[in-house]
Ligand binder design. Structure first.
Ligand SMILES: Nc1nc2c(ncn2[C@@H]2O[C@H](COP(=O)(O)OP(=O)(O)O)[C@@H](O)[C@H]2O)c(=O)[nH]1
Ligand SMILES: Nc1ncnc2c1ncn2[C@@H]1O[C@H](COP(=O)(O)OP(=O)(O)O)[C@@H](O)[C@H]1O
Length: 209
């Protein structure tokens, strides 16, 4: 029987570097696939429908809620964001490892439905650096940046519900931490199955004869 895949849930205050880290992680880990959320917020400059998000109208989002199409959804920074059930259930059952880049409210909903999900929280090194990153990114108006900074405190208050916390100060170090977590989870699952071959496969090694 196919073993289910792993779910990695990554949350962070806006500007902490979560999208950049996840993008870099996906580039070096071919086994990981990103869950692409639906949102009612407008696309930013370089964003493409179906790549960063499925950008939908409020009416379309309402319809999806009514149909039970979301495995979790939440209101964040005044817009709605959700993970489609279809995108997760079939893929996890097929053994795929999925990354969800969602807020803490969504992370807690996922934990209730998938107790084995690994919840990772990314923190900025300081408030000043968080503000500086939002400003440097240059995608949000000053009003939106202030709203995101206010919401960051609320988001960070939920850090204790997470399994791991990574401080994204030096980018490469934070990426290394993320890789350690995904590797460890795969090894743990393989070890639980008590199969030496599985443990070696998870490491990408060939067992000695
Ligand atoms: N609950 C939930 N939150 C989401 C989902 N997709 C994105 N988010 C969160 O919504 C917040 C705003 O995302 P976005 O507007 O792309 O800005 P970002 O903070 O720069 O990533 C972030 O905390 C995201 O993690 C989702 O499907 N569900
Ligand atoms: N370790 C880091 N040091 C300096 N800048 C960073 C670091 N990580 C990410 N950034 C930058 O901070 C900004 C916000 O990162 P982003 O990945 O968009 O954050 P989030 O998805 O959490 O909102 C981007 O301009 C990104 O290039």
């Amino acid at each position: 029987m196919q073993q289910p895949g792993n779910l990695f849930v990554i949350a962070a205050p806006s500007g902490a570097g979560k999208s950049s880290l996840v993008k870099a992680l996906l580039e070096v880990d071919a086994k990981l696939k990103l869950s692409i959320s639906h949102t009612t917020r407008a696309p930013r400059g370089q964003e493409v429908h179906g790549r960063e998000y499925y950008f939908v109208s409020d009416a379309e989002f309402d319809r999806m809620i009514a149909e039970g199409a979301f495995i979790e959804w939440a209101q964040v920074h005044g817009r709605r964001y959700g993970t489609s059930r279809q995108a997760i259930e079939a893929r996890v059952a097929a053994g795929e490892d999925i990354v969800l880049e969602i807020d803490y409210q969504g992370a807690l909903q996922i934990r209730r439905q998938f107790p084995a999900a690994v919840l990772i929280f990314i923190l900025p090194p300081s408030w000043d650096e968080l503000r500086a990153r939002l400003q440097r990114r240059g995608e949000d108006s000053p009003d939106v940046i202030e709203l995101r900074l206010r919401n960051a405190a609320q988001e960070m208050a939920h850090v204790d519900a997470f399994d791991f916390v990574i401080i994204n100060e030096v980018f490469e170090r934070a990426l290394f931490d993320l890789k350690t977590i995904t590797h460890s989870q795969r090894l743990r699952v393989a070890a639980q199955r008590r199969s030496r071959a599985d443990v070696f496969a998870a490491l990408g090694l060939t067992p000695n004869p």
